[in-house]
Design a protein around this ligand. Sequence first.
Ligand code: AMP
Ligand code: GLY
Length: 433
Amino acid sequence: MKVLVIGSGGREHALAWKIRQSDHVTWLGIAPGNGGTSSVGETVNIQANDIEGIRKYVEENSINLLVIGPEDPLANGLSDVFDPGTVFVFGPSAAAAQIESDKRFAKDLMAAHNIPTAEYRVFNDPASAKSFVREHGVPLVVKACGLAAGKGVFICGNESEADEAIDTIMINRKFGDSGNEVLIEDCLEGPEVSLQVITDGENYITLPPSQDHKRIGEGDTGPNTGGMGAYSPAPVMDDDMVERCGREIIEPTLRAMREAGTPYKGLLYAGLMICEDGPRVLEFNCRFGDPETQAVLPLLAVDLVDLMLAVATGKLGVMMDAIKLDSNDWKRISRTGFSTSIILASEGYPGSYQKGKEITGIPSEREDLIVFHAGTKWDSGSLLTSGGRVLAVNGLGNTLKDALNKSYEAANSVEFEGKYLRRDIGWRVVGDN
Ligand code: AMP
Ligand code: GLY
């Protein structure tokens, strides 16, 4: 079977790495890929947002399975452009991808179906947003309603921070049309987890739960990023909590999406906060998390292509019945132990940063160590930085501490000018490293 993965991040390198291990796969392409994906498949020189280019390539090259990594092509309808029966597509329709691309859609869906989330209001002009800030009081959270690469969320401890966030989104239009509407919600407290499920719209399989570290600075300080490191499984998600999240969040969300006429098929990512009175949804994503995927996939003990095909053909329930797998029993499809993924970023990220720095010292892959590439590219035989998040260094171990030690040892051996990493991934569980 010929498989094409769309995207160029660490997530896509991890997806391609896992897909390559499947016996179903005779050919694997990654479009446009990065400096690391060429070690697992063929680089296809088409950008992830070039929907027509991808459609033509898939048809002309008889691709059997298309796996769409990033949110932008999903929100722009890449899943919807293929004639039924021509290619299996893993990734939701544009209508279902609204669960990420339109925060108002997601919040209204949750409110209508009693899915636990923070209280919220949506505004389309800055003056009424600012007057609500005064009425509501701080702290609160200000979010751009549209896609903003994980950077459109501002936690505001005072009114002037909230005003500034509203101005950034609505007046300075830092995120373009994604800032036409602003969402203001209560500030929640508690540990965060990323719960990812693979679903055909009706049935679902939970993947090992993970935790990301969104802030740039150690101790969870500074601005939000796409994610600076992740570990899996997340101990806060004990069996009861996974069950509860399935019952209170995942099942009602899938039902709500079916009832709204936008059944959700693909990978549903629920960003949760485990509050004192239970789990609440911070956001949904319509795709695999980055860097959660880099941490989770090395733990997965089943063929990912089998799961993706079962979703694309609507046969996930049949497959689960055949192996008697319960939706929330992620331990049955996972290796034991822990996996950690540490992001090496370019100094300055998530603000401006330099590119084109030579990268050396990447250790070879081992059973317990994998380096996934993100912002890297080859140029005349040299590997260069080409993005904010450059590499994800992944360690596996029997304990979280073990896995972290492996990740950090390898992270220390990699060199490039301006290398930045957080040295405290997992600190809430293991204390400072
Ligand atoms: P989001 O992209 O909506 O997940 O938000 C990015 C990050 O902002 C989350 O991972 C949380 O750390 C934080 N965040 C978002 N919403 C809230 C909230 N209502 N209360 C507290 N923190 C939040
Ligand atoms: N790591 C968070 C995300 O993928 O949105």
